[in-house]
Design a protein around this ligand. Structure first.
Ligand code: FAD
Length: 279
């Protein structure tokens, strides 16, 4: 039997009133068929989706799924964050994706001092080893980093504070991942680094997202996407081919698992996962 691969699927908290029930009835069953280890639910910048994230996680757990909230300190006090973590513990959450989070415009740069390492330390200080803590990793270097080495310093700090495993920002060049893993290994950082996968469903959206996230779209892909931009189906086919190949290559090279940024849709993610030979 081949090596196991961990699968997880990310949602954002739905904005519409019946969004959570729609997610549960339309999207989750299609993804659940692939036996994910957990679903994660994002946290709006500065705590703007605090209730939405909690409600979505609670609904998933009540339906019998393993669900992990994303969490950042943002503008909240430590007491507020600890109280929220207690509520999560009370409903059976065992895993947190611990982040600095993106700072919403208007809240100022002072929040930058509250980085993910501080949150990991806060959680470990208050809850010991109760939660499995996932942190973000940036094989293509975080946009705020002054150098690859300083970026790795921040990552190492999160690990030293008690992170159990990492999930990467998405990328389309597997070499970025191999390089990051090697640099981690040289620093003695041997935690599992799961690969974030962003399915491609539209040219304009992936270009916009990637510019914001600091994710690189290789030139050959951009040229190809541009040439297909008039044909939505061809874009989706190409995107599926690229992501399938990426997962296959990374799995063959030892990547421990894949985290799909589903954007609350199942089609593109399911199409890729269905084609993976190692699942
Ligand atoms: P950190 O690890 O604290 O920092 C990231 C990098 O920023 C560091 O490596 C370093 O280069 C630089 N940096 C940090 N602190 C300092 C400092 N004091 N001085 C100088 N440089 C510094 N965003 C959301 O808003 N909500 C989400 O739910 C969410 N989910 C995510 C899930 C995953 C898997 C990933 C990869 C990203 C997610 N993000 C989310 C985006 C993330 O919040 C942003 O990338 C954010 O800018 C950094 O968060 P972090 O936890 O990686 O921060």
């Amino acid at each position: 039997m081949g090596r196991q691969s961990r699968l997880s699927f990310e949602f954002f908290p739905p904005r519409e009133g019946d969004g959570i029930s729609k997610l549960l009835s339309n999207v989750v069953p299609r993804l659940q068929a692939k036996s994910p280890a957990f679903y994660s639910v994002t946290y709006g910048a500065g705590g703007t989706t605090r209730d939405g994230t909690f409600d979505t996680v609670k609904t998933l757990i009540e339906a019998g799924h393993d669900a992990a909230p994303h969490l950042s300190i943002g503008a909240d006090s430590e007491d507020t964050v600890v109280a929220l973590l207690q509520r999560y513990r009370d409903i059976g959450v065992r895993r947190i994706v611990a982040l600095r989070g993106d700072v919403p415009s208007g809240l100022g740069r002072s929040l930058r001092s509250a980085n993910a390492q501080a949150l990991v330390a806060l959680i470990r200080g208050n809850f010991g080893d109760y939660f499995q803590l996932e942190v973000a990793a940036y094989p293509e270097i975080h946009p705020d980093a002054t150098s690859p080495d300083s970026d790795l310093d921040y990552f190492a700090d999160k690990v030293a504070a008690g992170a159990n495993s990492a999930i990467t920002q998405y990328f389309y060049s597997p070499y970025a991942y191999y390089d990051f893993r090697e640099r981690c290994s040289r620093r003695g950082l041997d935690l599992p680094i799961h690969v974030g996968i962003m399915p491609i469903t539209g040219v304009e959206s992936i270009v916009r997202f990637s510019a914001k996230a600091g994710a690189d779209i290789p030139r050959w892909m951009l040229k190809k996407l541009d040439s297909l931009a008039h044909d939505d189906e061809a874009v989706r086919d190409f995107g599926c081919d690229v992501c399938t190949r990426l997962c296959e290559d990374l799995h063959a090279e030892g990547a421990p698992g894949f985290h799909f940024y589903t954007l609350n849709r199942w089609g593109a993610t399911r199409r890729i996962v269905d084609r993976l030979s190692f699942l």
